[in-house]
Design a protein around this ligand. Structure first.
Ligand SMILES: Cc1cc2nc3c(=O)[nH]c(=O)nc-3n(C[C@H](O)[C@H](O)[C@H](O)COP(=O)(O)O)c2cc1C
Ligand SMILES: C=C(O[C@@H]1CC(C(=O)O)=C[C@@H](OP(=O)(O)O)[C@H]1O)C(=O)O
Length: 391
């Protein structure tokens, strides 16, 4: 079974990423892992921290001569900003300023509920782990999952379809998404330059006014055969697992699969993807669909169309013009804490969600096809593909 976990605080020494359950023989390239990490750092509207960090994964185990060996892959990702922090003394014994204590909780962040829950008088102890810095470690894990999926011809990408009130307003093809993800300069990772310019103006407005802005990213899985995930148990459904995986990302507040949201206001005849059987095409089976409103899954099972997962990000909660809060010390009204912050993270959120989707799909693929080596897994995978092609 594919499992992964992360450890580390935002301004601690390092993030730690651990992936176990990968078969042996999966080619792993340092360049690819670091490229994924770089992609997560991009996007117009990111804050000063991204000028300090240059994320790279130090692979400690599980890979030899560029291939997995079946044992857990452990990685560390250093935080460059760590050296600027003094984490040694508890704040009560040190200087609150020097320790960057946070005593006026930010509405929308984990500060207040986390401080109440863990009995801290300084929200710093909470926000260090709540921070989306952690998503860098998920991306390192996701790069391992993507390396496996690539061997089977399955690819995962993302693009931005909304920033604030500005939207792409049309479907993108897989080729457009892949081309956008291959770019060496990222503005907002939108496939259409005109829509991207409109989105940029939303970020500019937030920058000007000391505000923040959210949006929607879309993750696309291309090349997944029908039959991954199952209807037979609630916790093995592909749709449920994808929703949990993407919802678990910091600031994601809604997840949509295919046309899930607008389907609720439409008639069935316009929503469902009519089936035909033409025997042609280069699909997985001889069945085909004209459209993909289902987002590549029905009954919690992949159906061979591209899997489409959208994540809705709320605006960042740390505001340069902060909202009202209450001081932990005096209980008087104060402005919420502000030091620095991202203003828009929709492209980065999309890259982190790619990792979560890739890990989810890789787990189900390994469950279905098994195998301790990539050769064994591929053989099982190819045999199944032949079977469904001949159906
Ligand atoms: C890539 C990324 C970067 C983020 N950067 C910030 C940030 O700079 N400031 C901030 O307040 N929140 C930021 N967030 C969001 C917070 O981490 C998140 O709102 C917080 O942990 C509370 O969790 P919740 O929004 O899921 O409830 C970021 C989220 C993502 C995905
Ligand atoms: C460090 C990252 O994002 C951070 C996520 C984050 C938060 O509250 O989520 C707050 C900010 O941290 P800092 O206060 O150090 O600038 C972001 O920069 C990253 O994405 O790698």
């Amino acid at each position: 079974m594919l499992r992964f976990s992360t450890a580390g605080e935002s301004h601690g020494e390092s993030l730690v990423a651990l992936v176990s359950g990968l078969p042996a023989g999966v080619p792993v390239s340092q360049e690819f892992v670091d490229r994924e990490l770089w992609r997560r750092q991009q996007g117009y509207g990111r804050g000063g921290r991204m000028r300090i960090e240059r994320d790279t994964a130090h692979i400690l185990s599980g890979v030899r001569h560029g291939k997995t060996i079946g044992s857990p892959v452990a990685m560390t990702l250093a935080n460059n900003d760590w050296k600027n922090w003094n984490e040694i003394l508890p704040v009560e014994e040190g200087d609150a300023e020097k320790h960057k204590a946070v005593k006026s909780p930010r509405p929308g962040h984990a500060d207040l509920p986390g401080s109440l829950k863990y009995d801290f008088k300084d929200a710093r102890y909470v926000l260090e782990r709540a921070s989306a810095r952690e998503s860098a470690a998920r991306v390192a894990c996701g790069a391992m999952a993507k390396s496996l999926l690539r061997e089977l011809g399955i690819f995962v990408g993302s693009h931005v379809i909304r920033v604030g009130k500005q939207e792409l307003g049309r479907d993108a093809t897989w080729a457009e998404v892949a081309a956008s993800n291959a770019k060496d300069e990222v503005l907002l990772n939108c496939v259409d330059p005109e829509a991207e310019a409109r989105m940029k103006s939303e970020v500019d407005a937030a920058l000007r006014t000391g505000d923040t802005v959210g949006g929607v990213f879309e993750v696309v899985v291309h090349g997944l055969p029908p039959g991954v995930g199952t209807h037979v148990n609630w916790d093995e459904r592909l749709d449920g697992l994808l929703a949990q995986a993407v919802m678990s990302l910091q600031a994601v507040k809604a997840v949509e699969l295919g046309r899930g949201v607008t389907a609720a206001e439409s008639m069935g005849s316009t929503v469902h993807d009519a089936i035909s059987y033409d025997g042609s095409g280069d699909g997985f089976t001889k069945f085909s669909r004209e459209k993909n409103n289902a987002g590549g899954m029905e009954g919690g099972i992949s159906n061979g169309e591209d899997v489409i997962v959208r994540g809705y990000l709320k605006p960042i909660s740390t505001l340069r013009r902060p909202l009202g809060s209450v001081s932990f010390e005096t209980r008087e009204p104060v402005k919420a804490a502000y030091e620095r912050s991202d203003v828009c993270v929709v492209p980065a959120g999309g890259v982190a969600a790619e990792a979560m989707v890739a890990l989810t799909i890789a787990r189900l693929v390994i469950d279905k096809f098994g195998g301790d080596s990539i050769r064994e897994l591929k053989r099982n995978f190819d045999g199944y593909r032949e079977q469904i092609k001949a159906y």
